[in-house]
Design a protein. Structure first.
Length: 261
């Protein structure tokens, strides 16, 4: 099926009317798309460079975790060169998770949710993840690597089936990846444009519309301890706001969220 053959992606993206001009590079097997995109970015690859791979043998997620990336998934990294501060660049991860949710809704009719900050879930099981790595010089962003991994038609390893699921499993049918990719890039371009214009509020608003965390009792494992409370909001910089049992408001900039019952 041609619409699932990522080698044909450049042809199907030619008529995209996006602000960013996407340039797609397709690979069969790579260590990770982040590795390839980093080399390209360091050599001056333009904004909009997209690295797609059929398989990653050393994929990684947030917090250094291994990311299983077998054939049939959508494994990609987008190179951007945003004119924002390093702190504002953190919102790229939130924007990317929203793009995945919006693309799945438009192309497949599947409703997904986001666990703060950027894990895309279906009923608690992970469908997609985002890893953004940014190169900074002084107070200037040189480039950001927006890594997105979506379980589409790939087999989920047996040891992960309690915590992860593919879109193929959710829909009961094999999914053409190119329409999903196209829709994802369109949403990302729109959200990225908001960030470039300084309109972080629009990005946060769209994230909250997809959130599986707001309103939930959560535990957050941070580098300096564990916090618990009800997730009540996300601030303009992407940090999570919790209301503790004693009524105090806690601000979480980074950490691993666990949804509590």
């Amino acid at each position: 099926m041609e619409l699932d053959d990522l080698r044909h992606a450049p042809k199907y993206l030619e008529d995209l009317r996006t602000r960013v001009g996407y340039i797609v590079h397709h690979f069969d097997v790579v260590t990770s798309t982040q590795d390839v995109a980093r080399e390209m970015a360091e050599e001056g690859a333009p904004e909009g460079t997209v690295v797609l791979a059929e398989e990653m043998v050393a994929g990684k997620g947030r917090l250094g975790r291994k990311w299983h990336a077998g054939r049939g998934g959508l494994w990609m990294t987008i190179v951007v060169r945003p004119s924002v501060s390093p702190r504002e660049a953190q919102l790229l991860s939130i924007a990317s998770s929203v793009a995945v949710v919006e693309a799945a809704r438009r192309t497949l009719g599947v409703e997904l949710g986001i666990k703060w900050p950027n894990d895309v879930l279906f009923k608690g099981k992970k469908v997609a993840g985002v890893l953004v790595e940014t190169s900074i010089s002084g107070m200037r962003v040189v480039y950001s690597l927006v890594g997105i991994g979506v379980n589409v038609n790939n087999e989920i390893p047996p040891e992960l089936r309690q915590t992860a699921v593919s879109l193929k499993e959710l829909t009961g049918t094999s999914i053409p990846r190119i329409p999903l990719l196209r829709s994802l890039l369109e949403s990302f371009d729109d959200l990225y444009g908001n960030l470039e214009r300084g309109d972080a509020r629009a990005v946060i608003s769209r994230w909250k519309a997809c959130s599986a965390t707001i309103g939930r009792k959560v535990r957050v494992v941070c580098w300096d301890g564990v916090l618990e409370g009800v997730a009540i909001d996300v601030a303009g910089d992407g940090s999570l706001l919790l209301k503790a049992d004693n009524g105090s408001i806690l601000v979480v900039n980074a950490g691993e969220v666990v949804h509590l019952r």
